[in-house]
Design a protein around this ligand. Structure first.
Ligand code: PMV
Length: 362
């Protein structure tokens, strides 16, 4: 599909003003996106569980300008407070999407956003935040062009969200979303995320994700810097191939329900992501001592209990604990008795797989 298919062409703007609110969740990758080409094209395919409780709620108010502006006209508020340090990232996003939604220069915007998870929790809000903003902008397009189908709405929103933050294109739908062309998964594209189209075994329904907040500080390495480390990385090509292979394996696992293989693939992906950072130049260690303590405890617990608890990591020190819903009680007991001590101020967030973004109507 050519990117030109996403260009909005209606020139007449009869909508004077309005306001729209969307909530959009975060997601947790099972096969990681790490490394990109120009225009936010991923170096390898990825797949994620959409989350349910960790989300961003964004209201976009818009008012038509008397004449289109040269600059983007917007203000941003986080939890009711003006947030000027968000502006550069949003400006870059607007610059990247303007050719597809040229009407953004014709309006002034007020962006009011809040997260259901604490801002300083070390949980990335870019996936939920950028997808919520892309949804709001697409709602304006839908008002201008009511004939836009639901399928095209989602596809273009994902396309735009990707230009804000790659992983944001996987947050619109649930419960599993793929992004990046993979030869065995029909409909996959480098340009937008698609709902995983194949059969998913009962074992993965309502899978749980408890996020242990090991380090709530600012990210040590921004995603942009992190992805760039994969250029000239000595292991990059093998890593990209490994992601294709792991997605092929997961494709089989989702059908069979083989939790043992699921655990092996997911943990290997998490450690590979961190291995890529440790072996780049400059190199980084994003795990903290408590991250490793938790991982060792999980392995010991799994051996003794025979349960199917595993971990994954983002580009930081927090640990996502993934497990089937029917093991929830024992896993929560284990977390409360053995893992809370490794969390900053004993904080963790209970989440599970969700179904994607929602339009909030008054
Ligand atoms: O969307 P970005 O550019 O912030 O990259 C996200 C990268 C990881 O979270 C580490 C992996 C992923 O696939 O979500």
């Amino acid at each position: 599909m050519p990117t030109s298919a996403f260009i909005h062409t209606t020139s007449e703007l009869t909508i004077e003003n309005g306001s729209v609110t969307w909530e959009s969740p975060s997601n947790i990758a099972l096969v990681k996106y790490w490394g990109k080409k120009e225009h936010q094209i991923p170096a390898n395919p990825s797949i994620s569980f959409t989350l349910s409780n960790c989300k961003t709620v964004t209201t976009l108010s818009y008012k038509k300008l008397s004449s289109p502006s040269d600059e983007y006209q917007f203000e941003v508020y986080l939890e009711g407070k003006r947030q000027n340090d968000f502006k550069p990232k949003i400006k870059t996003f607007f610059k990247r999407i303007e050719q597809y939604v040229p009407f953004i220069k014709a309006y002034e915007f007020k962006i009011e956003t809040s997260n259901t998870f604490p801002h300083s929790s070390g949980i990335a809000s870019s996936a939920s935040g950028m997808s919520a903003l892309a949804l709001c902008i697409m709602s304006i397009e839908k008002e201008i062009n009511p004939n836009l189908s639901d399928a095209d709405f989602i596809k273009k929103t994902s396309f735009l969200a990707r230009l804000g933050s790659g992983s944001a294109c996987r947050s619109l739908e649930g419960d599993l979303v793929c992004w990046g062309t993979h030869k065995e998964i029909k409909g996959t594209s480098d340009l937008f995320g698609v709902k995983y189209p194949n059969e998913v075994h009962e074992n993965f329904k309502n899978y749980q994700d408890t996020i242990l907040l090991v380090d709530k500080g600012e990210k040590q390495v921004s995603s942009t810097v992190g992805h760039n480390l994969m250029h000239k990385h000595p292991y990059a090509e093998n890593r990209f191939q490994q992601a294709h292979d792991n997605l092929s394996k997961l494709n089989k696992v989702f059908k069979s329900g083989d939790l043992k293989s699921f655990i092996e693939i997911v943990e290997s992906e998490a450690l590979t992501l961190h291995a890529m950072m440790m072996t780049s130049l400059p190199y980084f260690i994003l795990m903290k001592p408590n991250t490793l303590e938790i991982i060792n405890k999980i392995w010991a617990f799994r051996q003794v209990s025979g349960l199917h608890l595993c971990f994954t990591l983002d580009a930081g020190a927090n640990v996502h604990l993934l497990y089937p819903e029917n093991e929830k009680e024992q896993v929560l007991d284990f977390i409360n008795s053995q893992l809370v001590g490794y969390c900053q101020n004993g904080h963790y967030i209970c989440d599970g797989v969700g179904l994607g973004a929602n339009l909030i109507t008054d």
